[in-house]
Design a protein around this ligand. Sequence first.
Ligand code: UT7
Length: 334
Amino acid sequence: MEQIKKGVTIVSSGSATATQVLDNHDLSKIVDTSDDWIKTRTGIIKRHICANNSLSDLASQAAQKAISNAGLTPADIDLIILATSTPDDLFGSASQIQGSIGATKAVAFDLTAACSGFVFALITASQFIRNGVYENIVVIGADCLSRWVDWSDRTTCVLFGDGAGAVVCQASEVGDNLLGFEMCSNGKLNSALNLAYKGEVKNIGHNKQITQGGFGKITMNGREVYRFAVSKVPEVIEKALFKGDLTTDKIDWLILHQANQRIIEAVAERLNIPSWKVISNLSEYGNTSAASIPIALDEAVSQGKIRHGNTIAISGFGAGLTWGAAVFKWGSFE
Ligand code: UT7
């Protein structure tokens, strides 16, 4: 049976970040840290933090830019997938975006896979294209982790920023530009990075009980996540390349989840990818979770670094623990 009916192309990008900037010097007045420690250990200099923007605002802006850069209108979109761990509404924020941008015929849903969310959402979108169901899909990665950071915990509050990035994926009759992908989970390591629900058991009468409360704050065993990333990310990229019958020398650009400059450099070194092929913007934005890869991608496209036909390897990793990679050629076949 014919399994792949249409090919996947990733044709445009867009991004949006909050205007309020918090730099390392600002942070050193809030917690016991220093610009030198943060820069040396992470590569981060500033981050953009939401005050008045909602997650849906940023995500809608990113989606609108990506749609317009594709030469489409919101009414052309069949599906919107929002990768986020920080929705404005626990029932999901994708529909709010669909409504606000006027994507009248699109179905929209959220997908949660923390910092791997954008990679997982792109791969999910591709299945809907390959099986012939949808033609035009917007994939958004957006997070406002500042909402859930413990601003008295210097081990985490220096790392995260807020933002949104998006791409448009289109069906093609000519070929398939998604060359390979791989996704992984290991729930045994779940406790290494959490934003857990914290409820209290309450009596509601008639001898019945429920649990109610809110979410706690982000907790992370940084060293454990660091070790996991440096060992698993090169492996998952190699698996995605293998599926596409490719080798690392065919990669034009490497875009990793922007968590730590030392992780980015260690992964590139293990894969023998020269530093000029590695895209990094975490000095400006910090770790924006599901948004980090599409923001970095969009910047590199806008700067004219990424060009039509370039081969790009992306890899996300984080809570779950989850990790994944996708290798694709940029642009359509036209
Ligand atoms: O997006 C999800 C994926 N997340 C990640 O990939 C994060 C992965 N982990 C990391 O990036 C790094 O582990 C961190 C940046 C979180 C931490 O860097 P590290 O080099 O692993 O530092 P560490 O945790 O080993 O801490 C070293 C020292 C400790 O002090 P002692 O015990 O040596 O006295 C910490 O208390 O640095 C101290 N420290 C700080 N000092 C100043 C921790 N945070 C800070 C801080 N400022 N903000």
